[in-house]
Design a protein around this ligand. Structure first.
Ligand code: PNW
Length: 449
């Protein structure tokens, strides 16, 4: 292996999600999502931005695929909008929604781009939220039907499936009394909050089941998680052990439950009377074996061993460097330790980085260019740590950059740009940034350039 080279056959790609790019929020029978509703609540999204138009990808997808092709993108992670397929969550299927994704997958095939499809990227149909949303089992039943429908419909064109994106962002961050900055932004009790996780785990299980039953030959499926990542303050045996213990503890209710086949006694003890209600057969579904684990890695926390060897999380100093997203502290080693810990702690055999990237505010086009050296630096540093993990034997099979283009960055609206392609939201003109040229070379040469 040449220095800085990735293994032969390594999967390189870019990622987006339907609600963040498609626009056409009410076109062709699409139902309202919790984010369509949330964005209309005053003060919830920066600048009062909505998802109504976004990148207008619903109409411009052919041009977008042509640009991907020009940049040498061969793998593209996207999501299907549940409310386009079932406007009410369950009930009648919307044929126009199915037809749109057929056109989309056909256009991708014409451009030689392989789809990696996320079934659910946060856009819960509002009609389901009105019936209790993630707090109620009705959402699990509706998701099971949705997953069956899309896998049956698109199984001939899609072979790589991701069940859910980042469970914590549509459960705890959406329903917790202290967070609530993500849709639907409704505060619920601790017991209900634990139940939202459990229902999400069940949906993951149904997604896996649907792919096994209807995916056809060669179909593969996994979850995408944004686990909290601990980074040892120093790479000493003591700090590494402390960071690993912290990792297991922080992720006990999600990855721990899926890979462990049940809720750990210490988690249930911590929940006490608020523990999730589990029905017979739930964990047979939740813990069905998958083909890979997707990880979205942006940042991490530093942990060390205290005087007694116990994990101690460290508070970041105010001057610690970060992107413009306040939570996005620059911590390239997160990609090393997250992948290494999921292999060590859960025995994961194939890992994909399904998102990695950074968001900044002022990235103007000057003389036809966006010189985003800050993003180039970010990518290069994280890729170095990715390569280090591969060198240490961690089974990482691919990497998807977030994001192909600037888009609706949830509560931060259109101000916060994560793309390697700049989008002018007035004119819909796309301009590849310097980082796009950089990443194109990385993909082409299969090495860090
Ligand atoms: C992810 N955090 O969200 C999502 O999957 C994308 O849709 C999103 O655009 C992207 O990352 C950038 O934000 C995250 O607080 C949201 O640590 C919040 C966090 C991490 C990821």
């Amino acid at each position: 292996m040449q220095a800085a080279s990735f293994p032969t056959g390594f999967t390189w790609g870019v990622a987006t999600a339907a609600p963040q790019i498609e626009g056409a929020a009410f076109a062709d029978g699409k139902g309202e999502s919790v984010w369509d509703r949330f964005a209309r609540r005053p003060g919830k999204v920066h600048g009062g931005d909505t998802l109504d138009v976004a990148c207008d990808h619903y109409r411009l997808f052919r041009e977008d695929f042509a640009l991907m092709r020009q940049l040498g993108v061969r793998n593209y992670r996207l999501s299907i909008a549940w409310p386009r397929i079932f406007p009410l969550g369950d009930g009648p299927v919307n044929r126009a929604g199915l037809a749109f994704y057929h056109r989309l997958f056909d256009a991708m095939a014409e451009h030689g781009i392989t789809p990696w499809v996320t079934m659910f990227h946060w856009d819960l149909p509002q009609a389901l939220e009105d019936r209790g949303g993630w707090c109620e089992r009705v959402t699990v039943e509706a998701f099971a039907r949705y997953a069956d429908t899309i896998v049956q419909e698109f199984g001939g064109k899609v072979k790589n499936w991701i069940t859910l994106n980042e469970i914590r962002c549509f459960t705890v961050m959406a329903y917790s009394p202290t967070a609530g900055n993500k849709a639907p932004g409704r505060a619920v009790s601790a017991a209900q909050l634990n139940q939202t996780y459990h229902h999400a785990l069940l949906c993951h299980g149904h997604g896996v089941r649907a792919v096994r039953e209807h995916g056809g030959p060669g179909a593969r499926v996994g979850l995408t998680d944004n686990c909290d990542v601990s980074i040892p303050a120093m790479e000493t045996p003591e700090d590494i052990a402390a960071a690993r213990a912290w990792f297991v503890d922080q992720n006990v209710h999600l990855l721990g439950a899926i890979y462990g086949g049940g809720y750990a006694p210490e988690y249930l003890a911590r929940c006490g009377d608020d523990a999730p209600r589990v029905e017979a057969g739930d964990f047979a579904l939740i813990s069905r074996p998958t083909d890979f684990l997707g990880l979205n890695i942006y940042t991490g926390f530093f942990v060390r061993a205290d005087a007694d060897g116990r994990p101690q999380g460290l508070t970041l100093p105010a001057s610690y460097p970060r992107a413009d997203s306040p939570w996005l502290h620059l911590a390239p080693q997160a990609i090393y330790w997250a992948t290494r810990f999921v292999q060590e702690c859960y025995g994961v055999k194939a890992i994909y980085i399904t998102e990695n990237g950074c968001g900044y505010n002022d990235e103007p086009v000057v003389d036809g260019e966006v010189i985003d050296l800050h993003r180039r630096e970010y990518l290069r540093n994280y890729l170095r740590e990715l390569l280090r993990a591969i060198g240490d034997g961690v089974p990482i099979a691919g990497y998807f950059l977030w994001s192909f283009m600037d888009n609706f960055e949830w509560e931060d609206g259109y101000q916060r740009r994560f793309g390697i392609v700049h989008v002018d939201f007035e004119t819909q003109v796309r301009t590849p940034k310097l980082s796009a040229r950089y990443y194109a070379r990385v993909m082409q040469e299969n090495r860090i350039v």
